[in-house]
Write a protein that binds this ligand. Structure first.
Ligand code: FES
Length: 60
């Protein structure tokens, strides 16, 4: 996976930033939103953010 890929364009959040939020203990969309800001503006990236959270959580 490309960890530099931008997932949330509104907040310029990459998949790597979502990964580090999960690595730091975030397990839910709300927690990742709070830490990274991803998905808090237009919301169009939320499905992708959620999918990555599930993927990174499964790696733990
Ligand atoms: S692209 Fe993520 S909130 Fe708009």
């Amino acid at each position: 996976m490309n960890l530099d890929e931008v997932i949330c364009y509104c907040q310029n959040v990459t998949s790597g930033m979502i990964k580090s939020a999960v690595d730091n203990g975030a397990t839910t969309l709300a927690e990742v939103q709070k830490i990274t800001g991803a998905g808090t503006v237009c919301g169009s990236c939320i499905d992708n953010v959620q999918r990555l959270i599930e993927q990174f959580t499964a790696e733990h």
